[in-house]
Design a protein around this ligand. Structure first.
Ligand code: ADP
Length: 397
């Protein structure tokens, strides 16, 4: 195969990130990456850097809406300054019960995805918009959807079924799981020696844990939405559903319609909760660690809730997998915060997990378990973009 420029697009609520890779014969070389950030503000940022980190574009444009932001990206990438993409791979966070495979994006596919927008109102409408615009602004270039739920497609019925009457399952209410491209990249990195019983903790702004058997995802902490599972930057994670009803009733009492109350509830459990909510300070682990060092008790409590729940999930997956050969930490916190790794692993000492204190100080790729640990503990940075490029190359052929 000759070298193909493959564009990776990752669109979120306030930013669009992108990277161009040259792909061919097993080669994956990043040519440049960039982002538009601050969508919905009068002064956003738009930058593109080459592989050596040199800024090729550096602007602070007004970005009143997603339309201006994506138009900027498309205009730059369609200009003579950059190679025309041979294909585009989109990270799609959540799909729906009938969309389980990564595939070529067609207008019919986008309509099908849109029909599931209510399942993921914070993600799917954005994905639908960007996919339609991408077909329009990059005419003739094949676009592919790469799902964060794809890695979790082999879940058995008892893992994906939520304990509700069957009419809800028929609407698509089930466990999908997220961060699949990250999990996939960890398995890819471990190949060809993927441990039989593997647990991966993806700890970033959003955080989840997965149980992986022989390279296949068998369980994960997030469910129908990324609100579930362990606590993250500003999300609650698992919580008594009765608490939601209680808050919803309180909100609905002062509102004309329950839909407005539902929006407010969503904002409370998604943007004001988690590490931010409990600490009252920040969703950022670096700030929380500084506050803990300065004696801040609320920051300490927030981080303890976080690490305690990670420990519980890892231990439950130890049971589910019938043991554990390897535990991998990944994501911004997993890669960089030795204190989080040490606190989680201290809670797992009953399973024979032991860290090497000196090795745990390292950042990035490393094995950090002690020589006599019963479980190998590693740190592996995620490589979601590369997984998208791999899917695109596979689907192109
Ligand atoms: P996202 O889910 O947005 O991709 P990241 O994977 O980049 O997030 O992770 C962001 C988190 O990683 C933040 O909580 C940040 O504080 C944390 N983090 C990044 N670098 C460090 C560090 N050196 N020490 C501790 N935490 C860090």
């Amino acid at each position: 195969m000759s070298n193909l420029p493959v564009l990776v697009l990752n669109s979120g609520s306030s930013s669009i990130k992108f990277a161009m890779y040259e792909a061919g014969n097993g080669k994956r070389e990043k040519l440049f990456d960039g982002a538009v950030d601050g969508i919905g503000t009068a002064m956003g940022t738009f930058w593109i850097k080459d592989a050596a980190g040199k800024k090729l574009v550096d602007q602070t444009p007004p970005l009143p809406s997603r339309a201006e932001a994506f138009a900027l990206v498309a205009a730059a990438l369609n200009s003579a300054d950059f190679p025309k993409p041979a294909a585009i791979g989109h990270r799609v966070v959540c799909a729906g019960p009938t969309i389980r495979e990564n595939q070529l994006v067609t207008p019919q596919f986008i309509d099908e995805l849109e029909s599931y927008a209510e399942l993921a109102p914070l993600h799917t409408p954005i994905a639908v918009y960007i996919l339609r615009e991408s077909l329009r602004l990059f005419p003739g270039v094949p676009n592919f959807s790469c799902l964060d739920t794809y890695f979790h497609r082999h879940f058995t019925e008892e893992v994906y079924t939520l304990p509700l009457p069957p009419e809800y399952a028929a609407m698509g209410v089930r466990r999908y799981g997220f961060h699949g491209l990250s999990y996939e990249s960890i398995v890819h990195e471990l190949e060809p020696k993927v441990p039989e019983r593997l647990v991966v903790a993806h700890l970033g702004n959003g955080a989840s844990i997965s149980a992986i058997k022989n390279g296949v995802g068998v369980d994960t902490s997030m469910s129908m939405t990324p609100f579930s599972g362990i606590i993250s930057g500003s999300r609650t994670g698992d919580m008594d559903p009765g608490v939601l009803i209680y808050i919803l009733r309180k909100l609905a009492a002062g509102k004309p319609g329950t839909l407005e109350a539902a929006d407010e509830l969503e904002s409370i459990i998604g943007k004001k909760a988690g590490l931010l909510g409990v600490s009252g300070l920040s969703n950022d682990m670096r700030s929380l660690r500084e506050a803990i060092a300065a004696g801040n008790k609320d920051a300490r409590l927030a981080v303890t809730l976080f690490t305690r729940l990670i420990t519980k999930y890892v231990a439950s997956y130890f049971a589910e997998l019938g043991g554990m050969d390897m535990l991998v930490f990944t994501g911004g916190i997993g890669e960089n915060d030795g204190d989080t790794r040490a606190e989680v692993c201290a809670g797992l000492s009953a399973l024979g997990i032991k860290l090497d204190v000196a090795k745990n100080k390292s950042r990035g790729m490393a094995t950090i378990s002690a020589a006599d640990s019963k479980v190998v503990v590693r740190v592996i940075p995620p490589a979601e973009d590369l997984m998208i490029v791999n899917h695109v190359v596979r689907l192109l052929h």
